[in-house]
Design a protein around this ligand. Structure first.
Ligand SMILES: Cc1cc2nc3c(=O)[nH]c(=O)nc-3n(C[C@H](O)[C@H](O)[C@H](O)COP(=O)(O)OP(=O)(O)OC[C@H]3O[C@@H](n4cnc5c(N)ncnc54)[C@H](O)[C@@H]3O)c2cc1C
Length: 361
């Protein structure tokens, strides 16, 4: 057994508890907030990961799996349990002309370098999701998406440790409950630990069809056309940087979780009651997606709005940011104010995108 797990065994319950106050989770999240974790373990191999989770579960220890910390808002009291940091590495590839590149990527691999690698290798499909922070293992959790693409379109399987049985289990997309910024992993939190993700990527140096008008404009193509994947990557990185959506250590506009709220999907009657110029995107099931950023702005919250160090980004209305020294409580107060303002003006309830740990909205 790994030494740091030894004292989690039930028979060691008479040992004095480890004092709270070890690692500050603020040092492990892109919002730079979050109190202490009782304990933090880093796992470097799949075997260590599986063993650690099984041991922790046997000891009935609360576990928080943490990747890059770019989609969590951790409360100021921290996490009274064990934080498991996954740093597993490795990409295996199986490339064939008819099936494309089938690549299996360890959960701890950083996402954006994978995108760059795919573009360089002539594997298409990931380019529009360039610049998204975090690790590969977290991408199925909220079905990461950007500029008209979503990881679920490229995932062929997700290998997990199912904590309800303690067994490894491979899930096919149909079992993953993927939707807009959601999945079974998000709706049944904590049950599955993602061990690796297998993607099936078409071969070729051209991108997948461009779906996002702003990106098409920058590339000088029509929506639905393709462009060189390398150019799409550069264009996306440029667009994202201008919105504070690429992490830069000394740029407080990027001390965020990206978009704090998802774009609301409402019924046609609610969409019809919005002002004429409100963005409306018809969904296949008859519902209508509108823009959270537009609603927030129209409700009176503009870029830079906030109190003290908790403010809306100066570059993007959807990002709640820490200007340095904000607490989780202050960020939550701002998010609540924004949500209440949108509710009062439009009767629409904004839904937070990040996972909230030890706090609520
Ligand atoms: C500047 C910025 C821009 C962003 N832009 C986008 C964007 O364009 N599109 C988008 O979709 N997201 C975006 N995000 C959000 C975020 O980057 C993604 O959701 C990312 O996938 C989170 O990865 P992570 O490793 O940081 O996850 P974490 O924040 O560490 O974890 C997020 C959740 O996933 C769980 N989790 C993490 N790893 C695993 C695992 N291996 N197994 C089981 N559960 C796990 C955690 O417990 C937690 O509940 C942005 C964030 C920032 C800060």
């Amino acid at each position: 057994m790994r030494p740091e797990l030894a004292d989690l065994r039930p028979e060691s319950a008479d040992l004095p508890p480890e004092p709270v106050g070890g690692e500050q989770l603020a040092d492990h999240t892109t919002l730079r907030v979050g109190g202490p974790a009782r304990r933090m373990i880093t796992v470097e191999t799949e075997a260590e990961l599986v063993e650690a989770v099984r041991e922790l579960d046997a000891a009935e220890e609360p576990v928080l799996v943490l990747g890059g910390g770019s989609n969590v808002l951790v409360g100021d009291a921290g996490f009274d349990g064990t934080v498991l940091k996954i740093t597993t590495q490795g990409i295996t590839e199986d490339t064939a002309a008819c099936s494309g590149a089938v690549i299996t990527v360890a959960a701890g691999e950083p996402w954006d370098p994978l995108v760059r690698y795919a573009v360089e290798r002539g594997w298409s499909g990931l380019e529009a999701m360039s610049g998204v922070p975090g690790l590969v293992g977290a991408t199925p959790i909220q079905n990461v998406g950007a500029y008209g693409a979503e990881v679920s379109e490229l995932i062929s399987t997700v290998r997990t440790l199912d904590r309800s049985t303690g067994q490894l289990k491979t899930l096919f997309p149909i079992e993953c409950g993927f939707g807009y910024r959601t999945s079974r992993f998000k709706s049944d939190p904590g049950r599955f630990v993602v061990v690796s993700v297998t993607f099936q990527l078409p071969l070729g140096s051209m991108s997948q069809p461009i779906r996002y008008p702003e990106l098409a404009r920058v590339l000088g193509v029509e929506v639905g056309q393709r462009a060189a994947a390398a150019e799409v990557r550069e264009a996306v990185l440029g667009l994202r940087a201008a919105k504070g959506m690429v992490l830069v250590d000394d740029d407080h506009d990027t001390w965020s979780v990206g978009s704090f709220f998802t774009n609301p999907i409402v019924d046609p009657a609610t969409a019809g009651a919005l002002p004429a110029d409100a963005p409306r995107f018809s969904q296949p099931d008859g519902m209508v997606k509108t823009s959270a950023a537009w609603l927030i702005e129209q409700a009176g919250f503009s870029k830079g709005y906030g109190h003290g160090a908790a403010r809306i980004s100066g570059k993007h209305t959807l990002a709640v940011t820490n200007r340095g020294g904000a607490t989780a409580a202050e960020l939550i107060t701002l998010a609540r104010e924004i949500r209440a303002g949108v509710r009062t003006k439009f009767g629409i309830e904004l839904v937070p995108e990040p996972v909230l740990v030890g706090c609520e909205l």
